[in-house]
Design a protein around this ligand. Structure first.
Ligand code: NAD
Ligand code: TYD
Length: 349
C-alpha cells in the first residue's frame, strides 16, 4: 500500500507519519509537505532513514504538481492533514487559508479521482478536519456528526469549505472518502503559537501569558496520540462516506487549564508556588472568539471501539516534560521573524 500523508511535517501530521512508518512496515509512507513556518523536518528525525518512508517537498496549491505526483506514485490511501491551522493567523491573513485549505484540498481530490478512475477497492481519501466547523456552543450541549455547520472564523470557514468539497466528491463522483472532525489537540511537537506550547515557552522565558478576554472560553482537549489512534481506526475500518467526531471528553475553561499548567511548571522549574501564575496577563479578546467547543464522540466509541486513553493531568505533565527536554527544538522552531498574536498587537508597530 502506498500511503500519502499531507502536512506530515506539522504537529499532528508528524505523529501520524511516525505511527504509520513504525506500525505498518508493509506500507510505504509518503510525507508531502510545503514546510511552511509550521512544518519542520526535525519533527521526524527518528524515521527519516526508514526504508518505508519518503519525504516530498511540495505545495498542495500547485494543481499540476499534485496531478503529476499522483500519476508518478499511484497512492492508494491519502490522509490529508496539510492546512493553515491557526485561528489568529486566519484573522490577520485569511487568503492563505482559502488557498491551502480549500484550493489545496480540491487539487488533491481531483488528483485522487484522476488516478483511481472510479476504483474504490482498497482506496481511500481521508480528510482530517476540526470541530470548529460546527461553530460555538453555549454552556451546554455537545457537537455531534449531525450538528449544523456554522463556522465563524476564516480558519473554520475554510475547513468547512474543504469538508463540503470532500463530501461532494463522494456524492458526485463516488470517491471513497472519510472525514473526521476533532477537538483541540495537545502533545509534543506543537508549534508554540497554540495555547499550551506557547504558554510553556513563555513561562520558561518569564514572558507574559496573554489570556484572551476573561479566559472563560472552553475547549475539549485531546492528546495527539489518541487522535492518531482514531485516524488509524477510521482509515482502516471507518465506513466510506461517513463522518466521525473525535474528542477527549475533557472540557477545560482556558483560565483553569492555564492555572493547572502554571502549577505544573512551578513544580518542574522548582519555582515557588504561584510564581508562574503571576505571568498571567488578561488582554483584549480575539475577534469573534468562539465560546465553547465540546464533542460527543460516541459514534467513534460505539462503532469503532475507540476511547481516549490516559488522564489529562498525567499527559499534560508528560507534554510539559517533552518541551522542557527539547528546548533546542523550541528555539529552532521559534526562530526567524515569527511573532505571536500578542506580540503583534502589543509589543511591535
Ligand atoms: P500544523 O499547522 O502544525 O501543520 C500543518 C502542516 O501543513 C505543516 O507541516 C505545513 O508545512 C503543512 N502545509 C501548510 N500549507 C501547505 C501547503 N500549501 N502544501 C503542503 N503542505 C502545507 O497543523 P496541525 O495542528 O498539525 O493540524 C493538522 C490538521 O489537523 C489540519 O488540517 C487541522 O485543520 C486539523 N486539526 C487540527 C487540530 C489541532 O488542535 N491542532 C484539531 C483538529 C483538526
Ligand atoms: P488555540 O490553541 O489557538 O486553539 P483554537 O483557537 O483553535 O481553539 O487557542 C485555544 C484557546 O486559548 C482559545 O480559546 C484561545 C485561547 N488563547 C489565549 O487565551 N491566549 C493565547 O495566546 C492563545 C494562543 C490562545
Amino acid at each position: 500500500m502506498k500511503v500519502l500523508i499531507t502536512g506530515g511535517a506539522g504537529f499532528i501530521g508528524s505523529h501520524v507519519v511516525r505511527h504509520f512508518v513504525n506500525k505498518y512496515a508493509d506500507y510505504h509512507i509518503f510525507n508531502l509537505d510545503k514546510l511552511t513556518y509550521a512544518g519542520n523536518l526535525e519533527n521526524l528525525k527518528d524515521v527519516e532513514n526508514r526504508p518505508n518512508y519518503t519525504f516530498i517537498k511540495a505545495d498542495i496549491v500547485e494543481e499540476k504538481e499534485m496531478l503529476r505526483l499522483f500519476e508518478q506514485h499511484r497512492f492508494d490511501y491519502v490522509i490529508h492533514l496539510a492546512a493553515e491551522s491557526h485561528v489568529d493567523r486566519s484573522i490577520s491573513n485569511p487568503n492563505d487559508f482559502v488557498f491551502t485549505n480549500i484550493v489545496g484540498t480540491v487539487n488533491l481530490l481531483n488528483a485522487a479521482r484522476s488516478i483511481w478512475n472510479g476504483e474504490t477497492e482498497r482506496k481511500r481519501f481521508y480528510h482530517v478536519s476540526t470541530d470548529e466547523v460546527y461553530g460555538s456552543l453555549d454552556e451546554t450541549g455537545l457537537f455531534t456528526e449531525d450538528s449544523r455547520y456554522d463556522p465563524r472564523s476564516p480558519y473554520s470557514a475554510s475547513k468547512a469549505g474543504s469538508d463540503h468539497l470532500v463530501r461532494a466528491y463522494f456524492h458526485t463522483f463516488n470517491l471513497p472518502v472519510v472525514i473526521s472532525n476533532c477537538s483541540n489537540n495537545y502533545g509534543s511537537h506543537q508549534f508554540p503559537e497554540k495555547l499550551i506550547p506557547l504558554f510553556i515557552n513563555n513561562i520558561v522565558n518569564n514572558k507574559p501569558l496573554p489570556v484572551y478576554g476573561k479566559g472563560e472560553n472552553v475547549r475539549d482537549w485531546l492528546w495527539v496520540e489518541d487522535h492518531v489512534r482514531a485516524i488509524d481506526l477510521i482509515l482502516h475500518i471507518g465506513k466510506t462516506g461517513e463522518t466521525y467526531n473525535i474528542g477527549g471528553n475533557n472540557e477545560w475553561k482556558n483560565i483553569d487549564l492555564i492555572r493547572l499548567l502554571c502549577t505544573i511548571m512551578d513544580k518542574k522549574l522548582h519555582r515557588e508556588t504561584g510564581e508562574s501564575a503571576r505571568l498571567i496577563t488578561f488582554i483584549k479578546d480575539r475577534a469573534g472568539h468562539d465560546l465553547r467547543y465540546a464533542i460527543n464522540a460516541s459514534k467513534l466509541t460505539q462503532e469503532l471501539g475507540w476511547q481516549p486513553s490516559l488522564p489529562f493531568e498525567t499527559v499534560l505533565e508528560k507534554t510539559v516534560d517533552w518541551y522542557l527536554e527539547n528546548t533546542e527544538w523550541l528555539r529552532n522552531v521559534t526562530s526567524g521573524d515569527y511573532k505571536t498574536y500578542y506580540e503583534r498587537q502589543y509589543t511591535t508597530k
